[in-house]
Each structure stands twice: as structure tokens, then as C-alpha cells.
Write a protein that binds this ligand. Structure first.
Ligand SMILES: [Zn+2]
Length: 57
């Protein structure tokens, strides 16, 4: 199972999340809706690089 590590914007904790395995083009920007175990909210996380949707940093 592939996984992605992202930084929760609410708690600033690094979170490892498992993502569904899909065949996607490597150039595609694919955001995964992940229920965050750190803050219990949901985030859109880029499964390729772990960046959050709307993250400007
Ligand atoms: Zn979170």
C-alpha cells in the first residue's frame, strides 16, 4: 500500500496516511481526501509530494 506523509496544518504534526492504490499518470496532480488522525478534520493531500491543497508554502 502506498502512503504519503504530510504536515497537518492545524496541529503542525507530521502524519503518515495510507492512500488508495491507483494507476495514475506521474504528471497528474492527484489530491486525496484524507481524514486526519491528528486533528480529526479532513485534508486534501497531494499523494505525490504530500502537499496540502491550497498550501502556499
Ligand atoms: Zn489535520
Amino acid at each position: 500500500m502506498p502512503h504519503v506523509i504530510y504536515k497537518c496544518p492545524r496541529t503542525a504534526m507530521k502524519v503518515q496516511a495510507w492512500v488508495a492504490e491507483e494507476i495514475t499518470p506521474p504528471t497528474a496532480t492527484t489530491f486525496e481526501l484524507i481524514r486526519c488522525p491528528a486533528c480529526t478534520q479532513v485534508h486534501f493531500v497531494n499523494r505525490v509530494d504530500g502537499k496540502l491543497l491550497g498550501d502556499k508554502s
